[in-house]
Design a protein around this ligand. Structure first.
Ligand code: FBP
Length: 546
């Protein structure tokens, strides 16, 4: 069996590039930059890569023919468009000089350390253009942070005569890209490191990065599914659907999907934290909406839940902080104990306040919070079944209200978790073009001798021709944060801003969406057709750039 007709047609799509990257490129440098916070500390930690200027590419006249081999790494969770970053990088370096070679390190940063790589050739690449997934070279979550890893990587870099490594990753991976860039610069190894902003979570954005790639396609995919569920729910009128959405800590995905589909309820973790709400407050709010709709005869609805919710309920957040420190400090004593002994161990070591919170949580949730962190020290929130936890608690609350004569409707719940369904979707036109432009910018940053930069593309709500490509020093986006019990320099994560237009737009409509049935059905991603159907970016980006 060959490819489907859609796959074939999509493979032939030629991503569009901004004018500045279409021909010869000139580099325009801005003023020196400073980190978003903790300037003195960050400057000290990154003496060779701190303070560098922002760069923008503009049309030039002289063709750069730099001879260079490049290595590329996909890091962390899949995001639609990763293959197009690699395509843009490949075409970009070959256009500079056909002798240039691109090597792909396999299964994430670990491939560099373990010397697992392939050469990416034109024939090999052909099958992956405009496709979703990271299967071209695989991805992984190995954290690049230790000198011996950097030195091990250098061996293969020398062997393949590689001038630069491009790390395609989220905030943690790009933080590590910067640490690696600084290390190679300090040692004067002459090896450059460039990052690319990837993550469906949408939390790698700031003044310089308008959006991370993959957010557009993933949210469109989830919104299609949510719309389908809303239509089902409005047809059968007998279920409340509790839908958990990926996004790790930040609620950008849930918020964007709410703007696209107008569900009855969408929880925003950042708001819950700001309002210091308890789990019980959240449950009462949901139960009140259920009861109100039941009075109108509507025993159905849709609730969106960001996967990071649990960490943002202040009491549980404090508990997680203490658990993080506890696991970082006592991990070895703890890890070989059996399940019950682990619970006992934790209860014996927690402060009184956090112990009380731990004891109120259902046992399986408490256990998830006490399991191993991912290599970056994050709780694996995707494993916590918040959608079930909440619907069980809502059911109990409604049963109580029923016994008190305050509720006489019906409540039956269905549960969903959308995350993996969208991470490898075929990239939308936006992500296909955006990623190709990011890869092309990365090639130009390397050719222009830059290191410790992330490739960026701005003005992305305008037509592709008018997009502005360039690079931002990674140190510019850093501040000091507590990780695994220690203060570390990291790229500041972008959470949902409660003063921002996307949240305010949602907040202005949500009461209406809760009471009435205002569902929108966005339908599947379209690749061909009228521009307003195929090239629309996310509501979040459109509102932020208004
Ligand atoms: P990145 O931050 O690496 O892009 O990953 C995003 C994500 O999809 C989160 O939304 C989710 O919490 C996590 O990855 C799931 O991790 P895993 O792929 O290891 O199950």
């Amino acid at each position: 069996m060959g490819k489907s007709a859609l796959q074939k047609a999509r493979a032939a799509y030629q991503p569009k590039l901004p004018v500045a990257l279409q021909g010869a490129v000139k580099i325009k440098e801005g003023e020196p930059t400073r980190s978003v916070d903790n300037q003195e500390k960050i400057k000290k930690l990154f003496p060779n890569t701190y303070g560098m200027p922002l760069v923008e590419f503009v049309p030039g006249t002289e063709k750069n023919t730099t001879r260079m081999n490049v290595g590329v790494i996909l890091s962390g969770g899949q995001a639609p468009g990763g293959h197009n970053v690699i395509s843009g990088l490949f075409d970009g370096i070959k256009k500079l000089n056909p002798e240039n070679k691109l090597y792909g390190f396999l299964m994430g940063p670990g491939g560099l350390v373990d010397h697992n790589y392939i050469e990416i050739t034109a024939d090999f690449l052909e099958d992956y253009r405009n496709t979703g997934g990271f299967d071209m070279i695989g991805s992984g979550r190995t954290k690049l942070e230790k000198e011996d890893q950097f030195e091990k990587g250098l061996e293969v870099i020398r062997q393949l005569d590689i001038k630069a490594i491009v790390i395609i990753g989220g905030d943690d991976s790009n933080t590590n890209a910067c640490v690696l860039a600084e290390y190679y610069a300090a040692k004067q190894y002459g090896v450059q490191v460039i990052g690319c902003p990837k993550t469906i979570d949408g939390d790698l954005k700031n003044e310089q990065i308008e959006t991370s790639f993959g957010f557009d396609t993933a949210t469109k995919t989830y919104a299609e599914l949510i719309g389908n569920i809303e239509r089902d729910c409005n047809s059968a009128r007998k279920y409340w659907h509790f839908i958990k959405l990926m996004g790790r800590s930040a609620s950008h995905i849930a918020l964007e999907c709410a703007l696209q589909t107008q569900p009855n309820i969408c929880l925003i973790s950042e708001e819950i934290e700001a309002k210091d709400q308890t789990l019980n407050d959240i449950v009462e709010n949901i139960a009140s909406v259920v009861a109100h709709r039941a009075e109108q005869g509507n025993n159905f609805g849709v609730v969106l839940i960001p996967e990071g919710l649990i960490e943002f309920i202040p009491a549980i957040g404090r508990l997680i902080q203490e658990l993080n420190d506890l696991l970082a400090a006592h991990g070895n004593d703890y890890k070989d104990l059996d399940k019950d002994a682990q619970r006992e161990y934790i209860l014996n070591h927690l402060s009184a306040e956090n112990k009380a919170t731990f004891e109120t949580l259902p046992e399986d949730v408490a256990r998830q919070l006490s399991l191993d962190r991912d290599p970056h020290g994050n709780v694996q929130v995707s494993l916590i079944e918040t959608e079930k936890l909440l619907s069980d608690m809502v059911a109990s609350k409604l049963a109580q209200w029923k016994s008190e004569g305050k509720f006489n409707g019906a409540f039956a719940a269905q549960h969903h978790f959308f995350g993996y369904e969208g991470r490898c979707a075929a990239p939308s036109n936006f992500d296909a073009d955006y990623c190709y432009a990011l890869g092309t910018s990365a090639a130009q940053l390397i050719a222009n001798g830059k290191t410790g930069y992330m490739a960026i593309v701005k003005n992305t709500t305008a037509s592709t021709n008018e997009w502005k490509a360039g690079g931002v020093p990674i140190t510019m986006m850093m501040n000091m944060e507590r990780r695994n019990g220690e203060m570390k320099p990291v790229i500041r994560k972008a959470l949902v801003e409660l003063n921002g237009k996307p949240f305010k737009t949602f907040a202005a409509c949500r009461d209406e969406w809760a009471k009435n049935t205002c569902y929108l059905y966005p339908g599947p991603i379209q690749y061909w057709g009228p521009s307003e159907v195929c090239d629309q970016t996310t509501r979040t980006l459109a509102l932020e750039q208004e």
